[in-house]
Design a protein around this ligand. Structure first.
Ligand code: 0GY
Length: 293
């Protein structure tokens, strides 16, 4: 395939922050390798290969112990690349699938056996052709007996429109990148207020305080992000999980240094207790509830 692009840093720095033992990178992806796992015909971008070997090397470089691999939109509803990464991890990765709503129950069970613990609903028009709420709700009802949750990706301008859909979801919900608020508005800006109202509406909505590289209006070290997001992490400390977002889909013109992303952690979670919740306790509860800790 021609025109494939690299979206990740070739030599990320070593972070100054040391994650606690057992830390989970709970939002990352794999791309291919495309000769074994071709992209979807509907893919909106065609990245260079970023397979499990690279992902696990980065995990070790950054001081993490586990990964949650989120199916990227370029692979559509064929989760083979994600399952391959989980299988290659020796139990150190679990995953979030994207499924065709017509998927059979026994296929959901196979995904569970392969380490999938959630399904993702993506509402970004630049990434997917359609996001059928009724059919997504049906999927949410069908994955609930497996103990899964749903992961939802949307942008702040559709939060209010999505509220009835979100209210109807019967499983816990994890929101990618806090629903992409405008962090330059500050911690009390309209986007953060709307997101707090959502979190207050249910006690089983979790979120990822992630992607300063996508959300900040500033260059690193992304001070506007740190200022807007820290109060949210402090106030909802039992419902946050964190991830690098490696290999940073669609960031090829603004590739973040993963070491600097890790160094954001102590700025949004300033105490050892908050860091342990964000990086270990919370993601383990969601993705490895079977491990007695
Ligand atoms: C992210 C963000 C993006 C892409 C995807 O599945 C995807 O392709 O999630 C994006 O382009 O904003 O979380 O990886």
């Amino acid at each position: 395939m021609s025109g494939r692009v690299r979206s990740w840093h070739g030599a990320p720095s070593k972070p100054r922050f040391t994650p606690p033992p057992g830390a989970v990178d709970a939002h990352c992806h794999v791309f291919g390798p495309a000769d074994r796992f071709p992209f979807s015909p509907k893919a909106k971008y065609h990245p260079d290969d970023a397979g499990p070997d690279k992902l696990f090397a980065l995990r070790d470089h950054l001081g993490f112990a586990r990964n949650v691999v989120v199916q990227a939109s370029c692979h559509g509803t064929d989760n083979a690349a994600t399952l391959n990464a989980i299988a290659a991890s020796g139990g150190k990765a679990r995953g979030v699938a994207v499924v065709d709503p017509a998927i059979a129950d026994n296929e959901l069970e196979s995904l569970h056996a392969g380490g999938i613990r959630a399904v993702r609903f993506n509402f970004l028009k630049r990434l997917v052709d359609d996001a059928p709420k009724d059919r997504f709700l049906d999927v949410a009802r069908r994955v609930a007996p497996l103990g899964w949750h749903v992961v939802i990706y949307f942008e702040a301008d559709i939060l209010e429109e999505l509220r009835p859909f979100l209210d109807a979801i019967p499983t816990p919900i994890v929101i990618d990148h806090m629903g992409r608020p405008d962090v330059s508005q500050g911690p009390d800006g309209p986007d953060m207020r709307a997101f707090r109202a959502l979190l207050a509406s249910r006690d089983d909505i979790w979120f990822k305080p992630t992607c300063p590289d996508r959300l900040s209006a500033e260059p690193p070290p992304w001070d506007d992000f740190a200022e807007a997001v820290r109060p949210l992490v402090e106030d909802f400390a039992d419902r946050v999980i964190w991830g690098t977002d490696w290999p940073h889909p669609n960031m090829e013109s603004n590739i973040p240094d993963d070491g600097l992303l890790v160094d954001m952690i102590p700025r949004i979670a300033p105490t050892a207790e908050l860091q342990r919740k964000l990086l270990v306790d919370n993601p383990m509860r969601l993705y490895w509830p079977d491990e007695n800790r």
